[in-house]
Design a binder for this molecule. Sequence first.
Ligand SMILES: [Zn+2]
Length: 184
Amino acid sequence: MTMHDFIIVSVTIMVVAIIFFLFIRVKKKKQSTNGYTEVSATEEMKKTYKLCERCKKKNYIDKKRLSYICSSCGWNLSQPYILSTFSLEVEKSPDTKDFIENLQANDSLFIWSTNENKENLVVFNEQYEIITVIPEKLTKELLPKIELSANVFAKLKKKMDHGDHYRLEIFITNDAQKKYSFVR
Ligand SMILES: [Zn+2]
């Protein structure tokens, strides 16, 4: 073997070694993207916490699923939770006077938008007569939740006569089990 042959052989070996090394690297990289660890990391990212507004328990949520139920209380976590009491001041006017005078604590109320105006929430009595319109700020808070709720229950908690206006305390929930739970 001449010096010239020796150089050619060593260069060839080196080139082959480099190609082999690169080939192994690419193969390894491919394996890690398709491999078990990477996949399970992505799966983990799709899962997240969701606080149950009803019982305050943290639930693990698999985002690929469309509906999920609280493991503690059974609440449908894809539905917003409504359980609150708010007060409204209603001016005494000839239009609503009779309806409001006839209203009694514990009466059922309906809170929904009218066909004419979808942007405002309105309080109706049991006969579906309009008692009052809910102010904008409260409407903005309640309307999106009401729209996503299967059922909404409302009751008149208290009615106070303040001379020129009434003050109505209204209880609202979308939780059928809490329908009668308000304290008078
Ligand atoms: Zn719950």
